[in-house]
Design a protein around this ligand. Structure first.
Ligand code: ADP
Ligand code: ASP
Ligand code: MG
Length: 408
C-alpha cells in the first residue's frame, strides 16, 4: 500500500470554495495510486477565535480546558471535508487525535508527541481511500485532550508521515514554497527549490512560521522529505531535505524575523558564581524559553544580565525576576517590548568568514542600531528596534544577493 500524507493549513480550508481546491489535490493523489491521509487545520481565524473566547470567559483559562476548547476547530474541518469527499464518491472518514491515538505529553498548549499507533489507520486504509485526520491535537496516556502548540498541524502531519512510511509529507499552504524571506513582507523574495533540515530549523526557530519547528525536528529525525507547496496552484514547491554538497555553495539561504520578542535586563547583579543559574534555572523550570543572553560587567563587582523571551512569557518572566532581584540584591529589572530579531541563515556560513561583518555593515548603512547579537554555526541574529524590522529584512536580503529581479 502506497501512502501519502497531505496537510492543508487554515487558509486552505477557510471555506467551501477552498475546500474544493483541497479535494482536487486529494483526488489527484488518488489518481496517482496513493491511499491518502489528509491532515487538516482549523478554518483560518478559528483557533484565534476560540482562544479569545477562553480569555473572555476566564481571567486565567485552565490549560487543559483551553486545549479541550481549541481542538474543536480542527474537528469542524475534518467532518466537513469528509462529507465533501463522500459527495464525490470517495470512501473517506474522519479521525480525531485521540481516536488514533496520537499520545502526547501532558504539557497542555504545547504537548509533545510521544507515540502514534499506526495500526488503526493502516487497518482503516484497507477499506477507505482517504482518512481525514485532525491536526494540532493528541491526548495524554490517561485520555485528556492536548494541543501541540500554534502551527502544530505541521507536526501532526510529519509525525504521521513518519509513522505510516509516507513517501514524503506534502504541506499545502497559501504560499507556493519556502522563500528566501517572508514573501508577504518582501516583494523580491525568491522561492527556494530546496532547503536543508538544519536551515529550515533555524528559519522556523527564528520566526518563519511557514513550518512549525517541531515538524522540522521530526522530519530530520525520521528523514521524511517535506514538500511545501500551494493549495491554489500546481507549481512544484520547496523540498526540505538532507544536505548535499551543492547546498554549501550558497552562503545565506534565507532571512527570518520575529517580532514576538521582549528584552529583559537585570541591572547591577553582584558578579559572583551562581548568579546566572539563579536567574535562568527558575525561568527554565517555569517553561520560559530564553533565547539571546548577554552578560555585561557594568562596574567593579556587578554585572548587567540582558536576555530575550517570547512576548507571551513577559508577565511570567517579570514576576520571577522581581523575586530574583530581591534574592540577588540586583538594582532593578528593566524591560522593552519594542524589539525584534532578524536572522541570516545558511549552511554555507560554516566555511566562510565575514558573513557577520557583511550583515552588520548592511544594517549600519541604514542606520539600524544593533541591540544584541547571537550566532550559531549557520546563523547570525541581531536584535533591533521593532520599527526597523521590514527595512532590516530587506537590506539583509539584498546584501546577501537573495532578491529576485522581478517583484511578485
Ligand atoms: P498555514 O495556515 O497553511 O499553516 P501559515 O500562515 O502557518 O500557513 O504559514 C504560511 C505563511 O508563512 C505565509 O503566508 C508567509 O507569510 C509566512 N512565511 C514566513 N516566512 C516565510 C518564508 N521564508 N517562506 C514562505 N512563507 C513564509
Ligand atoms: N489551528 C492551529 C493553529 O492555528 C494549528 C495549525 O493551524 O497548524 O495554530
Ligand atoms: Mg501553519
Amino acid at each position: 500500500m502506497r501512502i501519502l500524507v497531505q496537510k492543508f493549513g487554515g487558509t486552505s480550508v477557510a471555506n467551501l470554495e477552498c475546500m474544493k481546491q483541497v479535494r482536487a489535490k486529494v483526488l489527484a493523489a488518488r489518481e496517482r495510486g496513493y491511499k491518502v491521509v489528509v491532515v487538516l487545520s482549523a478554518m483560518s481565524g478559528e483557533t484565534n477565535r476560540l482562544l479569545a473566547l477562553a480569555d473572555e470567559w476566564s481571567s486565567e483559562p485552565d490549560p487543559a480546558e483551553t486545549d479541550a476548547l481549541v481542538v474543536t476547530g480542527e474537528q469542524v474541518s475534518i467532518a466537513l471535508f469528509s462529507m465533501l469527499l463522500k459527495d464525490s464518491g470517495i470512501k473517506a472518514r474522519s479521525f480525531l487525535g485521540f481516536q488514533i491515538p496520537i499520545v502526547t505529553s501532558d504539557t497542555f498548549g504545547s504537548a509533545r508527541i510521544l507515540s502514534i499507533d499506526d495500526s488503526r489507520l493502516r487497518a482503516e486504509l484497507e477499506t477507505h481511500d482517504v482518512l481525514v485526520v485532525a491536526g494540532f491535537q493528541g491526548c495524554t496516556a490517561d485520555g485528556r485532550l492536548t494541543t501541540l502548540g500554534r502551527g502544530g498541524s505541521d507536526t501532526s502531519a510529519v509525525a504521521l508521515a513518519a509513522a505510516l512510511g509516507s513517501v514524503e509529507c506534502e504541506i499545502y499552504t497559501d504560499v507556493d514554497g519556502v522563500y528566501t524571506t517572508d514573501p508577504n513582507l518582501c516583494s523580491t523574495a525568491r522561492k527556494l527549490d530546496r532547503i536543508t533540515y538544519d536551515e529550515m530549523l533555524e528559519m522556523a526557530s527564528m520566526g518563519a512560521k511557514v513550518l512549525q519547528i517541531r515538524s522540522v525536528e521530526f522530519a530530520k529525525k525520521y528523514n521524511v522529505p517535506v514538500h511545501v507547496r500551494s493549495t491554489f496552484t500546481d507549481t512544484t514547491g520547496t523540498l526540505v531535505t538532507q544536505e548535499d554538497s551543492s547546498m554549501e555553495a550558497v552562503l545565506v539561504s534565507g532571512i527570518a524575523y520575529d517580532k514576538d520578542q521582549a528584552r529583559i535586563t537585570l541591572r547591577s547583579v553582584p558578579d559572583r558564581p551562581g548568579v546566572a543559574a539563579a536567574i535562568f534555572v527558575p525561568l527554565s523550570t517555569n517553561g520560559v524559553v530564553v533565547d539571546m543572553i548577554v552578560q555585561n560587567p557594568s562596574r567593579e563587582g556587578v554585572t548587567d544580565m540582558t536576555f530575550t523571551v517570547p512576548r507571551k512569557d513577559l508577565k511570567k518572566t517579570l514576576t520571577l525576576m522581581e523575586g530574583i532581584r530581591e534574592e540577588t540584591e540586583a538594582l532593578e529589572v528593566l524591560h522593552d517590548v519594542s524589539v525584534a530579531k532578524v536572522s541570516a541563515i545558511g549552511v554555507g556560513m560554516r566555511n566562510h568568514s565575514g558573513v557577520a561583518a557583511k550583515a552588520f555593515a548592511a544594517l549600519r548603512k541604514e542606520n539600524i542600531n544593533i541591540l544584541m547579537i547571537s550566532t550559531s554555526e549557520i546563523k547570525i541574529t541581531c536584535l533591533i528596534e521593532e520599527k526597523y524590522t521590514e527595512l532590516a529584512v530587506r537590506v539583509l536580503h539584498d546584501a546577501f544577493g537573495l532578491s529576485s529581479n522581478t517583484e511578485h
